[in-house]
Ligand binder design. Structure first.
Ligand code: ADP
Ligand code: MG
Length: 698
């Protein structure tokens, strides 16, 4: 008779209490169910065996069959290692272990035939494989795929290496009944997507017999993971909409109307209008708005923010606008004050460098409700910043703020103020669906009219003289120029050197009194930074030499050239952000990427992409395929990246299909109470039992 999936793992043949304890500690495997869900991370195609003499023809991992005919311990102390000679009919290579060899050595024997798997490297004309996976040749059958399971050193020492786990898994599959397992994916969806059932999928993920059956199992799990993730997002959003109350902004107010009709110096783009309608609709319902506004650099998000803040003001609420840097906050403040001109709206700026003598009266006025719009940096998060009636929080460049910081702003009123987060770092649609799937998303997909496209050029360092000549031409035309150097935290000193060397070189090539050069970097005092920045904004300096502190938000329409030094060291989205600092005025603009000749394949692709397109969303797609989602979203969201089979860059098309399927289920049965969805519901509850919001649907 088949055993329950909740049986403790210790009851399994070959496990026992000691190994069970270790499995729990090392891999959090306690029950049959946990073990069943411990998936291989790779498979070896057992039908293909390479030859030692042919390694130069293979890219990546290889599988070899042969004998170990020499075992040596080499080096001493920390560089101690185990080295073996491995020989097949054609040639010999080396196998090397730097760690764990204490366990490995006793298990190896000369004269025995092994099947090994690993990635060969060529060193001094000799091939070697470090830390190969290996099994005795007679234990590996030569059909189908051999699964490789994640394990740990301690487990391997107790015989639970990948091979050991494979054996135990074999025992498990004999004792449970996969055929009678309830399928958590509703049948309608399985049929529609042509997916195999859950029993078949588990069997073939652990013991694939053919490439085809393995692919079917994989397809099923990839879809399932993405489907569940989407369904979770949709359910969370549903819960949030039903339960979270928000302020009602029902009026539009005279000031907004005056601003719109008399003060706005240009027409809004259609995209801006659409987004404002979306925001307005959100804020009228009595539900809480939690909206992400994505729009490429220069698409006019600030104005959308301002209009939203005027809507709040028209309904007697205060607003806060949060920006990541002092420069950006100050610029927002100035932009907004000049947009508003003589309208009776009271704005204030609060940053870390606001003096106590200004701060105290400002905070007093804020608490009395005498300030309508407060703009500033992280300083706004402080407890001493108390609003009379905060109704809206706008967060610019949201990726610079953490979840905790956003939460802090939400607590500044009895009901959470509406939240509008803005980002100029476009996120590919599929990622946005996955990670911001519980937010409402608006997109400004149109730039204001009259912008001249930016021409992007890639040049090697040896062309610096031509670059300087071009810069002189532009300055002679009255334009201004940014020259940006990389700044990466762990090599700050080095980068500082390249920045100050660069500054010197440029000062020499562009000498006083004909030219004025500014320098701005993170180590400067805020006052100095501000002063230098202002000289550039006011058109006094021709060239701004800077680190990426100018990356976000700064707006100087007369600047037409962005030179990026050591451009290979920047990521795509950063390059795109930097480029967005130019092309803001009526004149044609240029972005010049300076690199050396030695570019990695990836760096080359980044340069090519920048030269080819200025579309932020396209750039984001390439970025995703180059770096993978983890690097793009940062570690903050990595919890949600707990996908075993699905890969968000490879499986982008599945994300959309899975979302549609999840939406359909939600529309039919938003509480998952239909008996057809019972297994799905229970499965989701078990997956998400530690996540608080979910149980509200129960
Ligand atoms: P971002 O979306 O990068 O924050 P900004 O809000 O700084 O962009 O806007 C970039 C520039 O475009 C600003 O100078 C702004 O005044 C201008 N702008 C915004 N909306 C429009 C529009 N509808 N028509 C013309 N110019 C606009
Ligand atoms: Mg902006």
């Amino acid at each position: 008779m088949a055993e329950s999936l909740f049986t403790p793992i210790a009851y399994l043949k070959g496990i026992g209490p000691q190994k069970a304890e270790l499995l729990k500690k090392e891999l959090q495997i306690e029950t049959y169910w946990d073990l069943l869900n411990h998936f291989p991370f790779r498979y070896i195609n057992r039908s293909q065996i390479h030859q030692c003499a042919q390694l130069h023809l293979v890219d990546g991992h290889v599988q070899l069959e042969g004998f170990i005919d020499q075992i040596q311990e080499l080096g001493g102390g920390r560089s101690k290692r185990l080295q073996c000679r491995f020989t097949d009919d054609t040639a010999s290579i080396q196998l090397i272990w730097f760690q764990g060899w204490k366990y490995i050595k006793p298990a190896l024997s000369t004269g025995k035939k092994y099947r090994i798997f690993g990635k060969p490297r060529l060193n001094n004309n000799f091939w070697s494989i470090a830390h190969p996976e290996m099994v005795p040749a007679d234990e590996s059958s030569s059909i189908g795929y051999q699964p490789i399971y994640p394990s740990t050193e301690k487990l391997s020492a107790k015989g639970l290496n990948t091979r050991g786990i494979e054996k135990v898994m074999g025992g498990l599959l004999e004792r449970i009944s996969l055929e009678s397992m309830q399928d958590r994916l509703p049948e309608s969806i399985r049929k529609e997507m042509h997916l195999v059932g859950i029993g078949m999928a588990y069997a073939n993920i652990h013991q694939p017999q053919t490439e085809q059956s393995f692919n079917q199992a994989k397809k099923r799990f990839v879809f399932e993971e993405l489907f569940l993730l989407q369904l979770e997002m949709i359910l969370r959003k549903g819960v949030r909409k039903r339960t979270e109350k928000g302020f009602v902004f029902s009026k539009s107010g005279e000031i907004l109307s005056d601003f719109y009709h008399n003060k706005l110096p240009f027409d809004l783009t259609e995209a801006q209008k659409r987004v404002i309608r979306e925001i307005r609709k959100d804020c009228q319902t009595g539900q809480h708005m939690n909206r992400l506004l994505q729009g490429d650099v220069g698409s006019g998000k600030t104005l959308v923010a301002l209009i939203t803040m005027l809507i709040a003001q028209g309904n007697k609420f205060q607003s806060a606008l949060l920006a990541p840097t002092e420069i950006l906050s100050a610029q927002h403040y100035e932009t907004i004050v000049s947009f508003l001109s003589d309208l009776p709206i009271r704005c204030a700026l609060l940053t870390g460098s606001t003096k106590r003598s200004n701060r105290t009266p400002l905070l007093g006025a804020l608490e009395k409700g005498e300030i309508d719009i407060l703009i500033g940096t992280h300083a706004l998060l402080e407890d001493e910043v108390v609003f009379k009636n905060l109704g809206l929080v706008v967060i610019d460049e949201q990726h610079r703020f953490g979840v905790a910081q956003r939460a802090k702003m939400r607590k500044k009123n009895t009901i959470a103020p509406h939240v509008l987060v803005m980002t100029a770092t476009p996120i590919p649609r599929t990622l946005a669906m996955t990670f911001y799937g519980d937010l409402d998303v608006s997109v400004i997909d149109e730039l204001p009219p009259g912008r001249k496209p930016i021409q992007t050029i890639h040049r090697y360092d040896t062309h610096r003289l031509q670059l300087y000549a071009f810069m002189r031409e532009q300055i002679a035309l009255g334009r201004q120029i940014y020259v940006v150097y990389p700044l990466i935290e762990d090599s700050e000193t080095l980068d500082f050197k390249s920045l100050s060397d660069g500054f010197e070189a440029i000062s020499r090539a562009f000498p006083l009194p004909n030219y004025q050069v500014s320098i701005v970097h993170g180590k400067l005092k805020p006052e100095v930074k501000e002063y230098e920045m202002k000289r550039f904004v006011d058109g006094i300096t021709n060239i701004m030499v800077a680190t990426t502190v100018i990356e976000v938000g700064v707006n100087v329409p007369n600047a037409t050239v962005m030179v990026i030094e050591s451009a290979q060291r920047f990521g795509l989205s950063q390059l795109h952000q930097l480029r967005g600092r130019v092309g803001r005025g009526a004149e044609k603009s240029y972005c010049i990427l300076m690199t050396n000749y030695e570019l990695s394949k990836e760096a080359k692709k980044r340069m090519e992409t920048m030269v080819e397109t200025t579309d932020g969303f396209k750039i984001a797609e390439v970025d995703l395929s180059l770096r993978g989602p983890g690097d793009i979203l940062g570690t903050q969201q990595s919890g949600a990246l707990n996908l075993k089979m699905a890969d968000l860059s490879r499986d982008q098309h599945v994300v959309s299909i899975a979302r549609e399927a999840a939406l359909r289920i939600y529309e039919q049965d938003s509480s998952l109470t239909d008996p057809l969805h019972l297994t799905l519901r229970n499965y989701m509850l078990s997956l998400f039992q530690n996540k608080p919001q979910w149980d509200k649907i129960a």
